[in-house]
Write a protein that binds this ligand. Structure first.
Ligand SMILES: *Cc1c(COP(=O)(O)O)cnc(C)c1O
Length: 352
């Protein structure tokens, strides 16, 4: 087999997504999916779009969807790029902007897909250490391109817009990409800076706050010239990354934003409740503005807690790497998911 591979494939270390168990009934708190269903209007729009027109290719520039997204963010369609999940949008961003002489700077504890794209595209990574409170110290980043999730994953910690603006102003010739996969869970979006700074790209996903991980839809917001570069890369890769059903779903979801505001407020309330209950059990939890919490127990190993929970049918994420192996990343589930998690942790710690 391997004698037929391109030589670069031998050296790839692909991203490993959280488990999606096929069997058994797990409470899934390991991949930051939304515990609540998509808007009923989204399901209706998908059913309506499931008609004979599926024999036709979708609109290659996804104009209707981009207009809806633009309206949601008070921007123009020319400032919006859409793709098959924000992972694909990120891949095109790496391809379009980061294959340059300078290394790409990003936090050393961050979304683990970034180093994978660096390897795929031959980009030199410069992983900048978080401070001891797991915060991104943007002031210590040099000139050259930067990507960071805000709030950061897996820590959940948020940077304020003032800090992002300081960077944008100090390095007008360096691109800053803000990956806002979790911004709808309580943070302030940098979408309002897009009209002002031509060196800013903001990426978003439908997978978390819009309850549509199964649809694969994501987008980027930025100056029309940045979007133009992404369209060039896309049209050199796949002309139709967003299918007709995904497009219908994406339009209907943003059109029913009030539904998602109440769903995401429920997730935020569940998060606050969960953090309090983890506190009571002796866990140390970082302040989170996301739909997950990053937590550790001073007395128990992260790997042990992960395995005990898994044996009890509750999946959480454990990162088996130095500096993180004491921690668990737990997605905020429904109120009932959170109650069952806490009950199980109480039993485990009492039995020890
Ligand atoms: C989940 C996630 C993504 C990927 O989103 P998809 O649209 O599902 O590809 C991107 N960035 C971060 C930080 C994420 O956590």
């Amino acid at each position: 087999m391997s004698r037929l591979w391109s030589s670069m494939v031998h050296n790839l270390h692909p991203y490993v997504p959280g488990e999606q168990p096929k069997e058994g009934t797990f409470i899934k708190l390991n991949t930051n999916e939304n515990p609540y269903p998509p808007s009923p209007k989204v399901l209706a729009a998908i059913k309506e779009a499931a008609n004979d027109d599926l024999r036709l290719y979708p609109d290659p520039i996804s104009l209707a969807l981009r207009k809806q997204i633009a309206q949601h963010h008070a921007l123009e369609a020319s400032q919006v790029f859409v793709g098959n999940g924000s992972d694909e949008v990120l891949a095109h961003i790496f391809h379009a902007f980061f294959m340059r002489p300078e290394p790409l700077q990003f936090p050393n504890i961050s979304y683990s897909f970034y180093p994978v794209y660096c390897q795929l595209y031959g980009i030199e990574p410069n992983q900048v250490a978080l401070n001891e409170d797991f915060e991104i110290e943007l002031a210590s980043y040099q000139s050259g391109p930067v990507i960071l999730p805000n709030p950061n994953a897996p820590t959940g910690r948020l940077l304020g817009l003032e800090e992002l603006e300081k960077r944008l102003r100090a390095f007008p010739d360096s691109l800053l990409v803000v990956d806002e996969a979790y911004i709808d869970f309580g943070g302030a979006s940098a979408d309002c800076l897009v009209g002002q700074y031509d060196n800013l790209l903001v990426t978003r996903t439908y997978s978390k706050s819009l309850s549509l991980a199964g649809i694969r839809l994501g987008y980027a917001l930025g100056h029309a010239q940045l979007i133009e570069a992404l369209i060039r890369v896309k049209d050199s890769f796949n002309s139709y990354p967003v299918d007709s059903l995904a497009s219908a779903a994406g339009i209907a979801a943003l059109a029913d934003w009030s539904y998602y505001q109440s769903v995401n407020q429920q997730v935020i309330d569940n998060r606050e409740g969960l953090v309090n209950q983890l506190d009571a059990l002796g866990f140390v939890t970082l302040p989170s503005t996301a739909n997950f919490v990053f937590t550790r127990h001073p007395k128990y190993q992260g790997g042990w807690l992960y395995q005990q929970l898994k044996d009890a049918g509750i999946l959480v994420r454990h990162f088996n790497r130095p500096g993180l192996d004491q921690w668990l990343r737990i997605s905020v589930g429904s109120s009932s998911d959170c109650d069952q998690l806490v009950k199980r942790l109480q039993q485990m710690l009492a039995a020890k």
